[in-house]
Write a protein that binds this ligand. Sequence first.
Ligand code: MRU
Length: 363
Amino acid sequence: MRIDGTGYRTIWLAKDGWSVDVIDQTKLPHRFEVVRLTNRTEAAHAIQSMIVRGAPLIGVTAAYGLALALREDASDDALTQSIEVLQGTRPTAINLRWALERMERLLRPLPVSHRLTAAYAEAAAMADEDVAMCQAIGRHGATLIETIANAQATGRRVNILTHCNAGWLATVDWGTALAPVYTAFERGVPLHVWVDETRPRNQGASLTAWELGKHGVPHTVIADNVGGHLMQHGMVDICIVGTDRTTATGDVCNKIGTYLKALAAHDNGVPFYVGAPSPSIDWRLRDGVKEIPIEERDGRELSEVTARTKTGEMVTVHLTPAGSPVGNWGFDVTPARLVTGLITERGVCAATEAGLKALFPAA
Ligand code: MRU
């Protein structure tokens, strides 16, 4: 997508042909900085510290991280160890395991001397596939937005509510939840996005608002608690969010707070859709609430805030009383019954086992 007129992806091979460049998402929206990853430790740190984040991007970064690891040692033992290290960086997004399992299936049977080239090629293929999947999600989801626009009074814009950042910054390009928004916007559909700030790390306020703004998409940042009020007053036509893990039965695990938006949408008859590329589906799970591991992160993400002062300095300030314990769960599960539909790269389906099977019969 474009940043001030220049096209970017979130991850790319550096000019040296082997190291990997990523956009440092911990610095946005205040600074645009690119970080170079040159080994497994740096790749693992980038995922764990959320320099890169968003389920699809985590998966692709892990794949490149494995390629970087193989530069140093491509033996069987090193492959096992590197997969373990990268797998341990974040627990909830299934794309991480999906990417590493795919890499291992390809690499393990190869002679050690062939593994490095194959790893880079596979990571690049995953990145390209991610872009294609997101574009397809964009096409399918844009039709939903257009249908709402066509049913509305002429000139009235479609109001879309989203949570966290499931835009192009969370993927290699285009995004999942936001791909339909970008596609509809480029087709000329009048629209506007309500952007949940998404505490504690504020991916909505800092990342979604930034990327929509850079692309010229009308949007408004709202506090996390506002969505229900807007829905009660007819100010939300559709919710579209992302997913870090979707069960075979259609439960959706996404950034903490998504479930509350789904409840409010259900209560107000607002359609609630999820941009769900197939690598985010965990076909082994049937009950998201019971089975999906929920990441718990450092409490300082909640008790402190880092922001830019008027003079441009970045400062971290404390919010909570010293000594008050905090709990910082990163994700929650929205049961399938609250999800109107899953927007996959193969089309939109019901959030049910039958709906998913109809689109992915071989899964
Ligand atoms: O903790 P994050 O920022 O990695 O969480 C991201 C989300 O919850 C996204 O909605 C999800 O990964 C889908 S991204 C296309």
